[in-house]
Every structure is written in structure tokens, then in C-alpha cells.
Write a protein that binds this ligand. Structure first.
Ligand SMILES: Nc1nc2c(ncn2[C@@H]2O[C@H](COP(=O)(O)OP(=O)(O)OP(=O)(O)O)[C@@H](O)[C@H]2O)c(=O)[nH]1
Ligand SMILES: [Mg+2]
Ligand SMILES: [Zn+2]
Length: 300
């Protein structure tokens, strides 16, 4: 029998099968792999079950998203597998999501070839000036080819829109703690009842309410993966000179730089720098690029 992994808690797996949702453990071979990887079986995996309900094999993954452990250990953690779309749930306020954080996820999604978009949530908290700034950003992201919307989990027409975006696909929600990932999902589908948390008044940050990634079946069709809020998004095993290739708007231009190994910092006759000055590249994207290539997590 085949099934799809909805949740992994370390000791057991919740699997959606033609017979309903059941709890499974790992069979022998996969248990050995568990010694090498933090999680040999991940949320979203399609698995093969034995008669006894043990997970005995994993179907090849169409794709997966990996996160490097926050410490400098070499261990990586598979966040989820077989994802059609990643939605970054961002917020302009309470908490504040920087463009650097968003761009790190976008270029990682690019590296893993997973389509990605941005849902700026908590529209209801914004004044007109705030809205102008967010609209400037959503416009800039759309221009590069990333769908981007300003929404509120409390607005019915917005949640209708988000429900339509998720229909029929396997989508993953990521973002800072407190950006409203779980609240948005509850608003889309009233049967979900996912636990949500409030925002610390003092720090204007979330309280890490969701602690395990979990996949849910939506009444309206499709699967969605709610994930724990992230503080930072590490650039897993990227090299300095490949990063501009993951900025979509730079990728097309960088072959026109004078030097084949141009890093687009201050080199002469650099098409990227030219692109920034003539408006083909948004300055905030370029600034975030510069921060990334000087970060010590990326290899030379
Ligand atoms: N004003 C406003 N508050 C919202 C909105 N969406 C969510 N919230 C609030 O934001 C807080 C955090 O929401 P959660 O859904 O728990 O956030 P999360 O992203 O799932 O957080 P983690 O599980 O910790 O990663 C709650 O108090 C929600 O009520 C929104 O559109 N507008
Ligand atoms: Mg949550
Ligand atoms: Zn250049």
C-alpha cells in the first residue's frame, strides 16, 4: 500500500493512505538510515507500507527543501518533499520580515527549482504609507516573476484568494514565527483547527507555536504544509559565484559582464551594476545580493 507522510514526530509518522490516516513506524532498512540523517523520511514523502503498517520504502522525490542546522554541524534536515509551490508568509509589521530574509528563501527555491511566491499578511495593521511600501515590494517581486499579494487572514476575500492559489497543489508555508501561517490556514479551511499563538508585545515577535512541519488536506482540494517559524534562513551549501545565477533578473544579465568571473561588486563594465542604475534590477534586490555574497555561510 502507498501513502503520503503528513507528519513526522521522530518516533512515529502520520501517513495518509487509501484506508485513512494511520500512524506508522519505520521498517528495518530505513531505521538504519535514521542513524545517518536527522530524518530519512520527510513530510510530503510518498512511502510504501508493509502489511504490518511499517514504512519500508520511499518513492523517488520530485524535489525537496533542505535546511542546514543552525549550528555549524554538517547535518541537514529535510523540511518537506514533493512540493509544488512555496509561499513565504511575510509581514511588514508584527513581526517585521526583511527583504533579505525573503530573498534568501527565493534564491534557495530557485536553487531547488521549486516555484515560490510571497504572501504579505496582516494588511489590516498597515496605514496608507505602509501599504505603499508593501505595494512597491509586491510590484517589484511580480516584475521578476514571483506572485506576490498583500492579504489579511481576517479578510474573507483575501482568504478566498489564497484558497484558490492553493487548490489542487502541494504548497508549503514558510516565514518568521508569528507571521500568521497557521492563522491563514485556519481561515482558509475551518476544519483545520491548527494551534496559533500571539505576538510578544515587548519583542514584536512570534512565540514559535508550530513546532513540527505538518501537511494538511484541504477541503477545497490540495495539500498544504505548515512549518515552524524560522529566525533566519541559511544558504545551504551555496557558492559565492553561483548566487547571482539564482537572482532571476540577474541571471539573464550576468553573461554580459566583461569578466567571466565578475562578482558584480565594483568591476568595470559590469552589466549587473548597469542594470541597477538603469532600473532593470531593483536596488533592494542588489543590496541583499551584496550582503549574501559577503556572508561567511557561503563558500568561496
Ligand atoms: N492583525 C492580524 N493578525 C494576524 C493576522 N494573521 C495572523 N495574525 C495573528 O498573528 C499571531 C501569530 O499567528 P500564528 O498563525 O500563530 O503565526 P505562525 O506564523 O503560525 O507562527 P509560528 O507557528 O510560531 O511559526 C496570532 O495572534 C494571530 O492572530 C492578520 O492577518 N492580521
Ligand atoms: Mg504556526
Ligand atoms: Zn558583473
Amino acid at each position: 500500500m502507498n501513502g503520503r507522510v503528513l507528519k513526522s514526530t521522530g518516533s512515529f509518522y502520520k501517513v495518509n493512505t487509501p484506508d485513512g490516516i494511520i500512524e506508522c513506524k519505520l521498517g528495518g532498512r530505513l531505521r538504519l538510515e535514521e542513524l545517518k540523517h536527522t530524518n530519512p523520511v520527510s513530510v510530503g514523502d510518498i512511502v510504501i507500507l508493509s502489511e504490518e503498517g511499517l514504512i519500508i520504502d520511499i518513492e523517488p522525490r520530485q524535489n525537496y527543501l533542505i535546511r542546514k542546522s543552525v549550528n555549524l554541524s554538517k547535518q541537514t534536515h529535510i523540511i518537506a518533499a514533493n512540493i509544488d509551490f512555496i509561499w513565504i508568509v511575510a509581514t511588514y509589521k508584527q513581526p517585521r520580515t526583511s527583504t533579505g530574509f525573503i530573498n534568501r528563501i527565493l534564491i534557495t527555491a530557485e536553487a531547488y527549482q521549486i516555484p515560490c511566491g510571497i504572501l504579505y499578511n496582516k494588511k489590516d495593521l498597515l496605514n496608507d504609507d505602509d501599504k505603499d511600501e508593501v505595494e512597491f515590494l509586491t510590484h517589484a517581486f511580480k516584475k521578476i516573476g514571483y506572485p506576490a499579494y498583500l492579504v489579511s487572514a481576517y479578510d474573507k476575500s483575501d482568504t478566498d484568494l489564497v484558497r484558490n492559489l492553493l487548490a489542487g497543489k502541494t504548497s508549503l508555508f514558510t516565514g518568521h514565527s508569528g507571521s500568521g501561517k497557521s492563522t491563514l490556514l485556519n481561515a482558509i479551511d475551518s476544519t483545520l483547527n491548527i494551534r496559533t499563538g500571539d505576538i510578544s508585545r515587548k519583542f514584536e515577535k512570534g512565540k514559535h507555536t508550530t513546532t513540527f512541519a505538518e501537511m494538511f488536506l484541504l477541503q477545497s482540494g490540495g495539500y498544504v504544509i505548515d512549518t515552524p517559524g524560522l529566525k533566519e534562513f541559511g544558504l545551504a551549501s551555496m557558492q559565492k559565484n553561483e548566487i547571482s545565477g539564482y537572482f532571476r533578473e540577474m541571471q539573464a544579465l550576468r553573461s554580459k559582464c566583461k569578466f567571466y568571473n565578475c562578482m558584480h561588486i565594483n568591476e568595470p563594465d559590469c552589466e549587473i551594476i548597469r542594470g541597477v542604475s538603469d532600473g532593470r534590477i531593483a536596488p533592494f534586490r542588489y543590496d541583499d545580493y551584496l550582503v549574501m555574497i559577503t556572508s561567511d555561510e557561503v563558500a568561496d
